[in-house]
Structure formats: structure tokens, C-alpha cells
Design a protein around this ligand. Sequence first.
Ligand code: SF4
Length: 331
Amino acid sequence: MSSREGSFNKFLSHVYVERRALDNPHTGEILARLPRSEVILIDHYKDIFNRGRQSYGMQSRARALILAVNDGELIYPGAPVCQAFGQKNFYYTASSMNCPFDCEYCFLKGMYSTANIVCFVNVEDYFAKIRELNDPYVCVSFDTDLIAMDSITGQASLWVEFASENPDVLIEMRTKSAPAELRAVPNVIYAYTLSPEVISERFEHGAPPLRARLRSAVNAIDGGCNVRICIDPMIYVSGWEEIYGGFADRLASELDLSRIRDVSIGTFRISASYLKTIRRQEPYSEVCWFPCDTEDGYAVYPRTVRDDMRTFMRRRLERYISGGKIYEDER
Ligand code: SF4
């Protein structure tokens, strides 16, 4: 351990708990999984989460957990920047916010002023809201990585249990983690976000290596899970054609692509205001300082770059998988 690392608290060494969350049974379960953490009572999660002058970069080395009750909006219509995969009733929700990993390009750094992780323990209120919707398709792990945090928060398992009891609700759970096992439920899609090894090593700090994520995806497919592969965001680097071409070939050699649900492709894109914030935090980041264009409030690769990258990837994947299973985000 370097002296620099040694000066930071350990991951989740501190847990802030809203007083009103204390009685929730999930609070007790989560605290029981963190017996060494110091527990600090607070009035409202925003007192910690929204506090000014926090450093995302510093906090990402020593994240705290905040257990709270969400009495605000619980479910949102799917954002136009997100791929709906042809589903009509597209929603997303965030029963947790922030992620244990530290991808350089992550929009969360622009969206939140803190790297601390919030877990809303009143997850049953989310379930009640979703039951009121008509055949919804709900993405539950956009603003976090529920599967990566499941051993602590238990929320991924709760969402899967909810889906198993509500077959009309289609759930998508996105992850960069590499769980050994996942529960197969017909209306749960496990969406693995995968990147070529060189991209992952350079930009996806803290996330499991590609080989572990692939092994996990193989196990999930063999276990009968619905598996989606998200090659999104594709990151422009010198030699990207060779890198992403080799990556597609590797996916085809290690995964049975005929048994996956679908694949999504998209190039790096982000709210322009989030990118401005991220650039302050990542002054030397190759990925964040790429000269993007701004279109409709989003920072995107120049049209020719993004079209070339997506088209290249589609064509390469079509060697192995039907074009009808490939979804592209054209921004
Ligand atoms: S895994 Fe996803 S949510 Fe987590 S840091 Fe990386 S991009 Fe952000």
C-alpha cells in the first residue's frame, strides 16, 4: 500500500444513517454486514450528499455509505439519451446512487457532487409505484451498480425477487461487476457493460478485469439468465479499429452469442454540463478531454467519428450475431 492510499479511510468505513431510516429492517441488515463501520446519525441524506465543496476524486478513494429514505420522486420516464431497446413503457429508477467503481468517463461525477453512495432503504415504496404502471420496462441500475453493491445493500437481490413476483414488469440491471452466480428470472435482463481490455485497464478503475466479467457472463448464460451485452460507451483511442475488432472477435469466441438477448452499441456521450464538471476533476484524462461536439445539450463525438465507430462495430458483430439483435444509440 502506498503512503497516499494509507492516508484514506477504508471503503465504507463510515455509514451515515438518516434517523428516519433507523427503523427500516433493511437498515439493520445492511449495518449487520458492516460491523466495523462507524455509524453516524444524520437528519437528511442531502446534508451529506449535496454538501458543497466536496471532492469526488478524493472521496472516491474512501467512499462512505448513506442509508436514507427517499420521499421524493421514485420512478422517471426513460431519458432520451438512454437506449430503450424497442420497449414502449420505458422507465428508470434509482434506489441507490453512485457506484463503487471509478470509471474515468462516468457521468455520475458530473451529476453528483460527492462520491459517497446512497442507498434508499424504502425500496418497497419503489416496488409499490412500479406495480401501478402498465407493462413497464424499468432500468434499475443506471445511476449505480446494484450488483456490485449487492453483498452490502442486498438491493439487486430484492429487485430480482420483486421481478419474480411481478412477471409483467421487465427489469434491466446493468453492471460492470463479475458476480459468480445470478438468479435466472425470465423478466430480468442482466446487462453486462463490457469494454476491450485496454480500454477497461486504462479508464475503468476499480472494475473487475474483462476476463472476470466475461466469465461471469458465460455463467449467467449457462444458468439460463437473460443476458444483454452493452458495448457502450465505445471510447475513441488511437488504433480503435484493431482494438474493438479484436474485442468483438473475443466476445464471439468466449460467449455463445446465439444465447444472448441482444447487444447495444453506443459511443461516448454525456450531458455537456456534466462533462464540464468532470473535466475539472480529470484534468489529464484522455477520454474526458477528447474534443467533443455539443448537440442538443450533449457532448458527443463528431458525427463522422461516432458513425464510423458504430458502423464498424455493427459490421464486425454481424459476423457472429443477427443484425436484429443489435441496437445502436445514434447520438
Ligand atoms: S461502472 Fe458505470 S456507474 Fe460505475 S463508475 Fe463505471 S460507468 Fe460509472
